[in-house]
Write a protein that binds this ligand. Structure first.
Ligand code: SF4
Length: 397
């Protein structure tokens, strides 16, 4: 029997999520405990397209209550350096939780649970937040975003926010830790390993205001006004990608998971329901894909990238996104701003290069060394300019 995916468009964040979810058979919810896992990894406002919209969260709470859920909670383990409750507060989730008398769970509390991954590709085991184990059903409620390292971040990748504290950063540092065995990026291998032990039971993708380009935090907000829901996490993700105007076949972690777990990966493998079932093929937005080359995006930037992790790459991308213009006052005599990242940087770098991350420390006397593994972009700014940036928010991973 075909799996079901439901789609609702152009009805606003609350109605989209409500109608998409209500269009599914929710009889399995009755009497169960449900953890709603939004994407609330950063302290950001709803209009920034970084976190799941609070009205989508409220809609899901209302539908779950009506379906007879015994216990409903909203939980998150944000990126390292972000306080969970402050992130919930800024995104509007605290207000929603109070109004609906729903518990908020800081997933970082308590001890992690180490889970072995049978048949792993790169991760023998991983550390999951213990609170995640307390629920019968995990409902992934991501916001639709492109992602500079994984193409998109949707319901399946949102499970990375159930990893305990610094464990999330480890997924970005595997390039450094592991030798290459498989053709895909190590981050994609790692996400597919996580999916072997932790997949959403139910997914609602909030596409009201998403993020395009340099996601997950440095891109542009884009209003696309849709929601997709499914009990099949792959179905939810591939149809959300369709609504974003992108090609799910080009998203390596999803292709890999579909292959490893034998999950249908074609549109025709799913039955479409919901208010917009008939016209799902008319995708409503063209999200800009993430940039593939930093140098093409930013002229006058010379990057020595010698086997860096995606963690340091993210830092450099965010740094340039935020401070590129400021750095034009710090060009070397060849008219370029020089940066080096990665464990195999050599002394061939130009004198005056900005050396980003602990891996580059051995050449600290050749330029300006910025410590950290990885450092944050504000720290690079401070090291180069000698002053604090105006905006000083915590960063990604
Ligand atoms: S400094 Fe950067 S490249 Fe080196 S291990 Fe840390 S994150 Fe990876």
């Amino acid at each position: 029997m075909k799996q079901v995916v439901s789609i609702c468009c152009k009805a606003g964040p609350y109605e989209n999520a409500k109608l998409a979810l209500e269009s599914l058979d929710l009889s399995a919810i009755k009497g169960k405990s449900v953890l709603i896992k939004p994407n609330n990894g950063r302290a950001a406002l709803p209009e920034q397209g970084i976190n799941t919209h609070p009205q989508a969260v409220e809609a899901v709470i209302h539908v779950l209550k009506k379906a007879g859920a015994l216990r409903i909670a909203v939980g998150e383990s944000p990126i390292v350096g972000v306080d969970t409750m402050k992130a919930f507060e800024r995104s509007g989730i605290v207000e929603i939780a109070e109004r609906n008398q729903i518990e908020l769970v800081d997933l970082n509390q308590g001890q992690p649970v180490k889970k072995n991954i049978p048949g792993f590709r790169i991760l023998e085991s991983t550390k999951i937040c213990s609170a995640v184990m307390d629920f019968d059903i995990i409902l992934s409620l991501p916001v639709a975003k492109t992602h500079m390292h994984t193409g998109v971040t949707l319901g399946i990748k949102n499970m990375k926010g159930c990893l305990y504290r610094h464990e999330k950063v480890r997924y970005h540092q595997l390039e450094y830790e592991k030798s290459r065995v498989f053709p895909e990026k190590t981050l994609d291998s790692a996400i597919s390993d996580l999916a072997e032990i932790l997949m959403p039971d139910l997914t609602v993708v909030d596409g009201y205001i998403g993020m395009e380009g340099l996601g997950p935090s440095g891109g542009e907000a884009i209003k696309s006004d849709f929601a997709v829901a499914s009990w099949n996490p792959m179905g939810a993700d591939i149809f959300a990608i369709k609504m974003m105007g992108l090609d799910h076949q080009k998203i390596p972690h999803l292709a890999l998971i579909a292959q490893r777990q034998q999950i249908p990966f074609r549109f025709e493998d799913y039955d479409i329901v919901g208010p917009n079932a008939a016209d799902y093929k008319l995708h409503i937005t063209d999200y800009k894909e993430p940039p593939t080359s930093i140098s093409m995006e930013y002229p006058n930037i010379m990057i020595y990238d010698c086997e860096s992790c995606s963690a340091c790459q993210s830092t450099v991308m965010l740094f340039l996104k935020r401070y590129y213009e400021d750095m034009m006052s710090f060009l070397l005599d060849d008219g370029k701003f020089h940066l080096a990242i990665g464990k195999n940087v050599t002394d061939s770098i130009k004198k005056g290069t900005i050396l980003v991350g602990n891996c580059t420390k051995k050449f600290a006397d050749l330029g300006i060394f910025v410590p950290g593994c990885p450092p944050v972009s504000t720290r690079i700014y401070e090291s180069v300019t000698g002053r604090e940036p105006e905006e000083n928010e915590p960063e990604c991973k």
